[in-house]
Design a protein around this ligand. Structure first.
Ligand code: FAD
Length: 502
């Protein structure tokens, strides 16, 4: 075994969400004896300034770094999120919620949706959303924490947050600095390589200082200054499957309906997000520039704001894809420096978190052991490709053919991995189950059903109950979910506990 140098000198470039998440996690989990951390960020360059919707994993990250939920809710003007409301995706006039949590309960050794499939294939008119506690609570604008008793139906969901990402980064910075992270404001002018082994030796700052380190974490955003520009990590574009490449973002006044979900409304050349915070609403129009002009895209956003705009729309450019290796030599990229899959389903902050969690047990050695890098890259590839397929499903399995973008997406060839998933589902509703990672079975069920992909069969074990009894059981469950959800507090009242001014 190679000797491990301690403390490891870790240098992070970037003070956006990725940089400060990494700084907070490494400093609080590893401590100064294992790792000495320096973070360099340029105020002149600034951060990307978007990223307000999260996934339920965020809570475990905050717990890990010791960020109190009450403080986070109050300081970042946060609201709760039970899922995403997809409007007009399956076809104009249709909508569904992708919830954080299960539909119903497993029975006869099968997940609930197999019994639901048998019921609808037998002629019953049952919306699978009615069996999800998170969907029903979302529709009623209600929120409460999941019940701790796993026997109860109101224990079967989880929740995430909508928050002000810049305030969140400030909270992380406070935690990281109190755990010993040293921040330097300044611009990296040059990345110096060791001529002997090609590893990064130091960063030359515009101030004239050279910052040396053992290991470098590239959180420089879309620039990918270290991994992409300097080490030349190859970029794989996925824009043939995820054609949106720009977004206009604009805040609007505080929402009157204070929803516990993000809304994603399908537009002719993309889609529009709506994210309610305590004090304002985040909005954005994500679009494919090959199908709409920038002027039209901005106008579409401004014409579809439910509240008064609080500024001018700001445009961001991106390309869906990733670096084939997130870890190369003595450098790992996190966040936008490693890849981006477009904002649908809010997966980017999750990808930062999961990369940090994969990196912690694979803590770099000096010199770097390539086996650690290979394992890290393998895990990140799995994460990205699962998310990629899930996002493509939203675009491809659409009932819409009313504009060029949607006709393109319906007809486009999809990755072989997604073809296989679709074929298995269409046959008997089979969905691959995995323990870790994002978008497990209930997420796929929600999007398949919501976008009108219904299998021709179901699992034979679902025949285990007489049909009449199955329908009676389902109706009872649907009533129970509704009654319990109706007894929850209004989301706005619940959030008011964290924001006395509301
Ligand atoms: P940035 O925020 O761009 O930070 C880069 C940092 O590097 C900055 O501090 C900058 O100053 C520094 N830097 C760069 N070059 C240098 C240099 N030469 N010297 C010194 N410092 C330098 N994610 C979600 O999870 N949910 C969402 O709802 C969501 N919505 C999004 C919507 C859009 C339109 C886009 C484009 C992204 C969205 N994301 C979302 C992604 C999310 O914004 C990012 O994942 C997150 O903000 C992390 O960004 P970052 O820290 O990687 O990069």
């Amino acid at each position: 075994m190679k000797p491990v140098k301690q403390p490891l000198n870790l240098v992070i470039v970037g003070g956006g969400t990725a940089g400060w998440m990494a700084a907070a996690a490494f400093s609080r989990v590893l401590g100064p004896g294992v790792c000495r951390i320096r973070l360099i960020e340029s105020e002149e360059i600034g951060t990307v300034g978007v990223g307000e919707a999260t996934l339920p994993h965020m809570k475990s990250f905050n717990d890990l770094i010791g960020l109190d939920e009450v403080e986070m809710m109050r300081e970042t003007s946060a609201t709760f999120k039970l899922g995403i409301d997809f409007v007009d995706w399956g076809g104009k006039g249709r909508r569904y919620v992708h919830p954080f949590g299960d539909h119903g309960r497993p029975a006869l050794g099968l997940p609930f949706y197999q019994h639901w499939l048998r019921a609808v294939q037998g002629g019953a008119d049952l919306d699978i959303g009615d069996f999800s506690y998170a969907v029903v609570a979302s529709r009623l604008n209600r929120f409460d924490f999941p019940n701790a008793d796993p026997q109860r139906i109101d224990s079967t969901y989880s929740y995430a947050y909508h928050f002000d990402a810049s305030t969140y980064a400030r909270l992380l910075r406070r935690l990281a600095e109190s755990a010993g992270v040293v921040r330097t404001e300044g611009k990296v002018r040059e990345v110096k390589l060791d001529p002997l082994n090609g590893e990064i030796a130091a960063l030359a700052l515009e101030s004239g200082e050279d910052v040396a380190g053992d290991f470098f974490v590239d959180c420089s955003g879309f620039r990918s200054l270290l991994l992409g520009q300097t080490l030349g990590a190859e970029w794989e574009s996925w824009s043939q499957w995820l054609p949106c490449d720009r977004a206009f973002a604009v805040p609007s006044a505080r929402a009157t309906d204070f929803s516990p979900y993000t809304r994603s409304t399908c537009r002719e050349a993309g889609w529009q997000w709506r994210i309610p915070l305590q004090h304002r609403t985040g909005n954005g129009h994500v679009f494919a520039s090959q199908f709409i002009s920038e002027d039209e895209a901005a106008a579409t956003l401004m014409q579809n704001l439910p509240e008064e705009a609080l500024g001018e729309p700001r445009m961001l450019r991106f390309e869906a894809g990733r670096r084939l290796k997130s870890w190369s030599r003595n450098c790992v990229a996190l966040g936008l420096a490693s890849g981006f899959l477009e904002p649908l389903e809010s997966t980017s902050i999750y990808l930062i978190q999961v990369a940090i969690m994969h990196l912690l047990p694979l803590l770099p050695t000096t010199p770097v052991d390539p086996a650690l890098a290979d394992e890290f890259n393998r895990r990140i590839e799995i994460e990205y490709e699962r998310i990629r397929d899930f996002l493509i499903l939203h675009y491809h399995a659409t009932g819409r053919d009313d504009s060029e973008l949607w006709r393109y997406c319906r007809a486009m060839p999809i990755p072989e991995s997604l073809q296989r998933k679709l074929a298995l589902f269409q046959h008997s509703g089979y969905i691959e189950q995995y323990r870790d990672g994002l978008f497990t079975l209930p997420s796929w069920v929600a999007v398949y059903a919501g976008q009108g992909v219904i299998p021709t069969g179901h699992h034979p074990l679902a025949e285990g109950l007489p049909y009449d009894r199955l329908i009676a059981d389902l109706e009872r469950l649907r009533d129970e979910v509704r009654q319990r959800a109706e007894a929850m507090p209004a989301h706005e009242d619940f959030v008011g506990r964290y924001a006395p001014a509301l």
